[in-house]
Design a protein around this ligand. Structure first.
Ligand SMILES: Cc1ncc(C[n+]2csc(CCOP(=O)(O)OP(=O)(O)O)c2C)c(N)n1
Length: 605
């Protein structure tokens, strides 16, 4: 069955169950072809084809809500809900998003991109249905990786107590992006591999196959079987104890079996957790054998770049060799943040805490308090989770945690949920925090060298890549660096990071400019600013961050407090969410371009 023949869930429901395996094969092929071209989340999506087909076969969306956690595994859902053709434009500017977006389709129940939110969303929908009298079902699809996130436990706690009919599908592939971590992961493994359990499950299956499937037949049998099993095998029954009925584990690639289960569970009036086992990358050998590196793949023709993350990984690997205090911490992002090499070179000094950014920040604070030198490598967008912990646990007591903030600024194809454009605004107001931005790999190395001797909270923020290394002055606390000076020019462009600096330097080819590397964003170089705050001078700040609360506004506030003599403009992102899928158009639209810089200068002259 060709995926093109199924453009809505109602068309799917008209198919025979024995046509569904063919449909799954066609969807899988479509996903592989498009993701290989456009980039995207390959292995997670290949693992959830049968699950998604089964869910749409049973549930009635959009009235029923299917809430995908993270949402990176929603490609089959998109294909089945009218976007099979549009799937060609996956993650492209103007094309469909790689994550669920209600603005894109009424079938996308809720915006997602960050992990571990689905259970709270599902409970919210269930309560809303109760309040409004709507007769609809709610399903949350959450991976074992996302189940390492603290929010998931806050929601489980509430789901168990509220007793509303929320169905949780736990898609267990034993992987986050890397191998999953933690005690919960071990618990799931115990559920999964119990041979006795599997044996018992087969017996139940056999029994089911010889009785007619009336009413709650399977459910009844499963309940009966479960009671037996509990006595025999499962000494541990966490979900049940919390008031959430547990069913499974089931084969997540058996579409017929999944349909049977969902049809039964849908009738339940209380919370249920359906535990399914899937292979990440199912159906594509290279993705199954290396699900980690095929979790997210780049588009064909994507420029190979100088990655800041590689510099971080190399630096920390060497530093830990020489300095026994150094530890590296990641919240499930070892590959993306460049720590893969470190993790094998110094396994005892490396911690992957799972998708647990809040925990990671506080954990690092205590590591620092206990005499360790922790480096928390984290994407800007995910560190948003840890704001309170940075304030409360790190900065009040001045613990020397170094935050290596990757993917800062606009990020391209992942789109609106992943933009790293808020970190300066949430870090700069926090007392005791120092914030630095390197413009290239050599400068990042110098900043990290500086961090080894720095005994207070420090954030070093940088995007994915840089263009070229330039010669630099040594790092001096709170001091900026002149990059291009022109004694005849009255215009100073204060740049945060390499993206801004590259733009200013190209503009300096057309116009006499002083280009400054504002490498310390906090504290900033007040001596430098006092020196250029003169009548007739123009000061322009440029940063890949939102304007509100960012570098430019801090500079403006300072100049104002001193009596503003110069003319001033700030170039930064405006007060709106950015959903462009490529970096250059995102920067251009916000005025981070040579053309706009020259225009702004002209308007002030
Ligand atoms: C708060 C947060 N931190 C990190 C990430 C990056 N991330 C995206 S998917 C993923 C792994 C999710 O694993 P799992 O839920 O098991 O899904 P799978 O891809 O294995 O199907 C991670 C760490 C994120 N999206 N949100």
């Amino acid at each position: 069955m060709d995926y093109e023949k199924v453009t809505t869930p109602s068309e799917l429901k008209r198919l025979n169950i024995n046509e569904l395996d063919g449909l799954c094969a066609s969807i899988r092929e479509r996903i592989i072809n498009v993701v290989e071209k456009n980039g995207g989340h390959l292995s997670s999506n290949l693992g959830t084809v049968e699950l998604t087909v089964a869910l749409h076969y049973v549930y009635d969306c959009p009235k029923d809500k299917i809430v995908f956690d993270v949402g990176h595994q929603s490609y089959t859902h998109k294909i089945l809900t009218g976007r099979g053709k549009a799937f060609d434009g996956l993650r492209q500017n103007g094309g469909i998003s790689g994550f669920p977006q209600p603005v894109e389709s009424e079938y996308d129940a809720f915006t997602a991109g960050h992990a571990s939110t689905s259970l709270s969303v599902a409970l919210g929908f269930a309560e809303a249905a109760k309040q409004t009298g709507e007769n609809s079902s709610v399903v949350a699809v959450i991976g074992d990786g996302a189940l390492t996130g603290g929010m998931a436990y806050e929601a489980l706690n509430a789901i168990g107590s509220e007793q509303l009919p929320v169905t949780i599908v736990l898609n267990d592939n034993n992987m986050s992006i890397s191998k999953n971590v933690g005690a919960m992961s071990k618990y799931l493994t115990r559920l999964r591999v119990s041979k006795k359990y599997v044996g018992m499950k087969n017996e139940i299956k056999r029994a089911v196959s010889i009785i007619p499937l009336f009413g709650d037949g399977i459910l009844h049998l499963m309940e009966k079987g479960k009671k037996l099993l509990k006595r025999i095998v499962l000494s541990n029954k966490m979900f049940e104890e919390m008031g959430i009925s547990y069913y499974g584990p089931f084969d997540g690639h058996n579409v017929g079996e999944l349909i049977d289960i969902f049809e039964q569970v849908r009738k339940k009036k209380s919370p249920a957790l359906v535990h399914i086992i899937t292979d990440k990358g199912h159906g594509l050998k290279s993705a199954v054998t290396d699900p980690e590196h095929s979790h997210g793949i780049s588009s064909v023709g994507a420029m190979s770049s100088n990655d800041f993350s590689a510099v971080l990984g190399e630096f920390l690997t060497d530093a830990a060799q020489k300095d026994n205090r150094v530890m590296a911490v990641t919240a499930a992002m070892a590959i993306g943040t460049g720590l893969e090499k470190f993790s094998t070179a110094h396994p005892a000094k490396f911690k992957d805490v799972g998708i647990a950014e809040e925990h990671a920040v506080t954990y690092c604070a205590a590591l620092a308090a206990g005499g360790v030198k922790p480096y928390f490598a984290v994407y800007s967008t995910f560190l948003q989770r840890g704001f309170d912990q940075i304030v409360h646990d790190v900065c009040i007591s001045k613990h020397a945690v170094t935050f290596c903030i990757d993917r800062a600024g606009v990020v391209g194809a992942d789109g609106v949920t992943h933009q790293g454009v808020f970190d300066l605004s949430y870090l700069l107001p926090i007392p005791n925090m120092t914030v630095m931005c390197p413009t290239d790999g050599d400068e990042l190395r110098a900043m990290l060298e500086f961090s080894l001797t720095f005994d207070a909270p420090l954030a070093v923020r940088y995007p994915k890549s840089y263009v070229v290394n330039r010669p630099h002055n040594p790092i001096v606390y709170g001091k900026w660096e002149d990059v291009a000076t022109d004694k005849n020019s009255l215009t100073y462009v204060l740049c945060v990071g390499g993206r801004a600096l590259d733009i200013a330097l190209t503009a300096a080819g057309d116009k006499k400019l002083n280009v400054v590397n504002a490498r310390f964003v906090k504290p900033f170089d007040t001596e430098y600013l006092d020196g250029i705050n003169k009548r007739g001078n123009i000061i322009i700040t440029m940063e890949d961050n939102v304007r509100a609360g960012g570098f430019g506004m801090s500079v403006l506030q300072y100049l104002n407090s001193k009596g503003m003599l110069c003319k001033f403009a700030s170039i930064a992102h405006d007060d709106k969410f950015i959903d462009n899928r490529d970096i250059s158009s995102s920067l251009f639209d916000s005025g981070l371009s040579r053309e706009n810089l020259l225009n702004v200068i002209k308007s002030l002259e």
